[in-house]
Write a protein that binds this ligand. Structure first.
Ligand SMILES: N[C@@H](CCC(=O)N[C@@H](CS)C(=O)NCC(=O)O)C(=O)O
Length: 232
């Protein structure tokens, strides 16, 4: 039975601009699993209700539906134990959970603030209105206000917010050590989300994080690099 991944897209189904969906695209590639991509847009809430979901990604495995990217990653390791582990030992899973929470609590919002204005042009009118209303609520400012301050915001983001990742990559090639694991995909997916919809340069080329991102863009035969997006 072919796996299916319900994933967020713009008017163009190739524009997949969800950090959470990109985590799972990288995870499925890591495990070498084939799957069918099912495009989903914000105005199709009904379509995923049947799976007990209000957000994507949703992974469909025959009759079973798994939603929430973290739960999907854990499910993939449990269901396909003979394929390359995403999380590995109990200890690795515990640390990856910390990375997942760090990403969601500390990184998503500042990144959204810097790229939100660029998302709107990729959406149909109904989704654009919904996206603006909900995300301006999260940000506490309009997209235009956010865009106007992003050249300053990015300096703090690079220097301070990303420092834990930079320090880690100074000692090891990947979050997973010598090879990438799900910890890398959690964080990489955030950068891939941004480059899918925005030409804004979140990283300076002399940053070890830039090199790490480039390496993951090339992984799996350039899955992420070949996807719709900007050169950043
Ligand atoms: N914790 C969830 C978050 C998923 C999430 O927020 N997905 C967004 C797309 S990036 C969504 O589906 N939002 C629907 C909406 O805002 O109505 C996960 O890791 O999968």
């Amino acid at each position: 039975m072919t796996l299916k991944l319900v994933e967020l897209c713009g008017v163009d189904p190739e524009v997949n601009f969800s950090p959470f969906c990109w985590r799972i695209r990288m995870a499925l590639a890591h495990k070498g699993l084939d799957y069918e991509r099912v495009p989903w847009r914000y105005n199709e809430a009904e379509a995923i209700k049947a799976y007990g979901a209000s957000k994507v990604p949703v992974l469909l495995d025959g009759e079973k539906a798994v939603n929430d990217s973290w739960k999907i990653a854990v499910y993939l390791d449990e269901k396909f134990p003979d394929r390359a582990p995403l999380l590995g030992s109990e200890g690795a899973l515990g640390i990856a959970r910390l990375v997942n929470n760090w990403a969601d609590v500390t990184l998503v919002l500042p990144m959204l603030s810097m790229i939100a204005a660029d998302v709107v042009g990729h959406l149909g009118p109904e989704d654009a209105a919904y996206f603006r209303k909900t995300r301006e609520g999260f940000l506490g400012r309009t997209f235009e206000e956010a865009r106007d301050r992003r050249d300053l915001d990015v300096l703090t983001f690079r220097k301070t917010t990303l420092l834990p990742l930079r320090l880690t990559l100074k000692s090891q090639a990947y979050v997973g050590g010598s090879k990438p694991n799900y910890g890398d995909y959690i964080l990489f997916a955030l950068f891939q989300w941004c480059r899918t919809v925005s030409p804004f340069k979140l990283l300076a080329p002399d940053d070890p994080i830039y090199t790490w991102r480039a390496s993951l863009m090339d992984a799996f035969d350039g899955l992420a690099r070949k996807a719709a997006g900007f050169e950043v």
